[in-house]
Design a binder for this molecule. Structure first.
Ligand code: HEM
Length: 226
């Protein structure tokens, strides 16, 4: 009996939904319901039909930025523009010189300073090499007298060449000659303070540089202008 049941093909007919125009309740597919608030407030009765959807924008592969730098330059990786202004306390440090160095858009907060330019140092003249030379025990003072000497203005002025360059920093006289090729700002700029008091220019350029420590082995003496 059960065998017969399984062997018999079962006919499943599609359910038919009859929609009568006279009977609104018969329209089972209508959603939202015909007399609902949603339908009343919506001007669109047939979604996606005759609706104007903007066509998708395709960017050709060749026009896409290839690197992060390019993407940044094109602005595609930039954060959205902000209407917030930076705090005034930081703004005061932005100098025209600093802005001239960073001409890109937006506000950049850069400490006010003299425009700076690093030079390419020759191999063997890095900060590490200078530290090694300082600790080598070599005489970097350029004078044979072992102790601190008193240097007058006249004496100072006599040491203003590339091979014999003294300067005053913070009231002390230093022999800059051995440091010349190690200076990240270049030799030329150091010659501007040769045989002179360089404290003002030094401080305006890089007051954070610890010259006392870096030039300790180059100390010649104390400056006694009169
Ligand atoms: C007073 C005259 C001097 C001027 C005009 C001057 C100028 C400069 C300049 C333009 C730079 C490159 C800055 C950069 O873009 O990174 C620099 C860097 C540097 N200078 Fe001088 N310099 C002077 C004296 C000295 C002296 C006497 C020393 C010795 C202690 C010195 C030590 C340094 C150091 C360590 C740096 C690297 C600083 C850094 O990378 O932050 N400078 N200097």
């Amino acid at each position: 009996m059960s065998d017969q049941l399984f062997k018999k093909p079962i006919k499943i007919s599609e359910p038919t939904i009859k929609i009568s125009n006279n009977d609104p309740d018969a329209d089972l597919t209508a959603f939202p319901a015909r007399d609902s608030i949603q339908r009343a407030s919506s001007s669109q009765t047939k979604p996606f039909v005759n609706q104007k959807v903007p066509p998708p924008v395709f960017i050709h592969k060749s026009k896409l930025p290839t690197s992060k730098t390019e993407a940044l330059a094109s602005g595609s990786l930039r954060p959205p523009p902000s209407t917030l202004n930076p705090p005034k306390s930081l703004m005061q440090y932005t100098s025209p010189a600093a802005n001239a160095r960073t001409p890109s858009s937006g506000s950049r907060l850069t400490p006010a300073a003299t425009p700076r330019k690093k030079v390419a140092l020759k191999p063997g003249y890095s900060a590490m090499d200078w530290a090694a030379l300082r600790n080598s025990g070599k005489n970097l003072r350029g004078v044979d007298y072992p102790g601190i000497i008193r240097v007058t203005e006249e004496e100072l002025k006599a040491h203003k060449t590339r091979d014999d360059c003294w300067t005053v920093l913070g009231g002390r006289v230093y022999n800059l000659t051995p440091y010349m090729p190690f200076h990240p700002g270049g030799e030329k700029i150091l010659m501007a303070i040769a045989g002179k008091d360089g404290t003002g220019l030094f401080m305006r350029t890089h007051s954070w540089v610890n010259f006392e420590n870096m030039l300790d082995r180059c100390l010649v003496g104390v400056y006694v202008p009169n």
